[in-house]
Design a protein around this ligand. Structure first.
Ligand SMILES: Cc1cc2nc3c(=O)[nH]c(=O)nc-3n(C[C@H](O)[C@H](O)[C@H](O)COP(=O)(O)OP(=O)(O)OC[C@H]3O[C@@H](n4cnc5c(N)ncnc54)[C@H](O)[C@@H]3O)c2cc1C
Length: 446
């Protein structure tokens, strides 16, 4: 006989998203079982060190990091122009943290609220009954296990292990992530760095690279690039060698993938919710996803709690998660996905020009981007920016083509954002909304 377990919610994936959701449910007196395919001690080890914005801790009800979680605190960072002549100070504090310790904190939170986390429990198949997700089949330490729940959550990371196994009529897109929609993140940990190399948080937007603090006087030299690990490591090396040669000693290299695409148009089905990397909720400008996923998990938990308490976990009952997510953070992220490719195509001399003029890449622009996921510009700022760009074109430092492209994407992004802000409250209007969304994204609508 197959071993069976039951809870209010079954969560696939014990990363930060799944645990945050389970913790919130537990606080409301509901019980979640989290299934994690790895050993809990291994979760987060591959990334080792990560960054989290200070401002998000109180926002998500989390005490700030301390003890072995805390590696450093940096109130400001620097954004570098490609010619390295401009370093814009970004006043936006980040913690540098030990990721495995942060995960351990979440495992404790879940268990403290009566939740259960099963390690080495790999979900292999969804259980669907009468058109509802009813649970999952898993292998727990190699033995078959069936876990039933009134809501099933896919928080399994970029590959969406549950979502991609669902039938199309469940109401969410089930296609696996494509290589073209993936950022390959390569991290090189170095120490014994010579004098003159950067310290603190440093970001190189043209190269999509960063030089961030590690333990002691060490640094992490990183990059996030599309097209595969080979391409990303080549770009990493070219950037490092051009600016810093081969500084100090390499301690280790690690790599991982992060999604770089719009979220599925719907995040819910009957008894189903998607969140975190499994729902592509990473920040489009950096690939970071821990706190932007918390925004979604927080909404999802509030909606799930209400649905479970009412005893209705239908797609309609879970729909407010879609509405609240896509009208807020989702609309801003969608807008960024329209604008960023144009910024990424700018030539090096054009990015230098913008840095020197304080346009798009100013310290305040980066602060607002991190804080609000958009930059606010008054009509006067917009006119001043257009004038600077026009002057750049006239003086040959900015191409007319790029100027036109930036104007074009800015208007396209505004339309996409407005459309997401009109995400339908009534699921019956969803198909028409998707039809228009596909037109705006340039996707086939057949
Ligand atoms: C190298 C690198 C550095 C990064 N640095 C940062 C950073 O500094 N700050 C930041 O905010 N973001 C960073 N990110 C992004 C961030 O790591 C992710 O956005 C975040 O971890 C997403 O959390 P998640 O819980 O949704 O998914 P994950 O962390 O991927 O967790 C999913 C979990 O599900 C488990 N799982 C998968 N399939 C199954 C299955 N079938 N059955 C059971 N369990 C399963 C996995 O083992 C995993 O533990 C980085 C990403 C990479 C690759």
């Amino acid at each position: 006989m197959i071993r069976q377990l039951e809870a209010d919610a079954v969560v696939v994936g014990g990363g930060t998203s799944g645990c945050y959701f389970a913790w919130r449910l537990g606080q409301a007196g509901l019980r979640a079982i989290v299934l994690e395919k790895r050993r809990l001690a291994d979760v987060g080890q591959e990334t080792d060190i990560f960054h989290m914005d200070e401002v998000r801790f109180p926002e998500f009800g989390l005490p700030p990091p301390a003890g072995e979680e805390l590696i450093g605190y940096y109130p400001t960072g620097l954004a570098w122009s490609p010619d390295l002549l401009v370093q814009n100070e970004v006043r936006y504090p980040f913690y540098v943290m030990h990721k495995p310790a942060f995960h351990q904190r979440f495992f404790r939170y879940v268990e403290r609220e009566n939740g259960q986390i099963l390690e080495r429990a790999e979900v292999v198949w969804p259980l669907i009954e009468n058109g509802y997700l009813a649970g999952v089949r898993a292998l727990h330490e190699g033995a078959p296990l069936e876990v039933r729940g009134r809501i099933v959550v896919d928080a399994s990371g970029i590959d969406g292990t549950l979502r991609t196994k669902l039938p199309a009529d469940i109401g969410v897109e089930t296609d696996p992530i494509r290589e073209a929609d993936t950022l390959y993140v390569c991290l090189e940990f170095r120490d014994e760095l010579p004098p003159g190399t950067p310290s603190g948080l440093n970001f190189y937007p043209f190269h999509k690279a960063f030089w961030n603090p590690s333990r002691g006087k060490g640094a992490i030299l990183g990059i996030g690039w599309p097209g595969g690990y080979d391409e990303a490591w080549q770009r990493h090396r070219a950037w490092r060698e051009e600016y810093y040669g081969d500084p100090g000693r390499v301690l280790k290299r690690t790599q991982g993938r992060t999604p770089y695409r719009r979220s599925p148009y719907s995040l819910v089905g009957n008894g189903l919710m998607l969140m975190g990397d499994a729902a592509f909720q990473t920040k489009p400008f950096s690939g970071e996803g821990v706190t932007s996923s918390f925004t979604a998990c927080q909404i999802a938990a509030e909606v799930a709690i209400a649905a479970l308490q009412l005893g209705d976990v239908s797609r309609e009952a879970l729909w407010p998660y879609n509405v609240r997510y896509f009208r807020g953070q989702g609309a801003k992220f969608a807008s960024m996905f329209v604008q960023l490719p144009a910024a990424a195509e700018l030539q090096r001399r054009e990015v230098d020009f913008l840095f020197h003029q304080g346009v798009i890449f100013s310290g305040e622009d980066f602060r607002q981007m991190n804080l609000d996921y958009e930059t606010k510009m008054s009509a006067r700022d917009t006119v001043a920016m257009a004038a600077k760009l026009a002057w750049g074109v006239a003086s040959g430092r900015f191409s007319a083509g790029s100027f036109k492209r930036l104007l074009g994407v800015s208007s396209a992004a505004a339309k996409v954002k407005a459309h997401y802000q009109r995400y339908p409250e009534d699921p019956a209007e969803f198909d028409a909304w998707v039809h228009e969304a596909k037109r705006l994204w340039g996707e086939r609508t057949a």
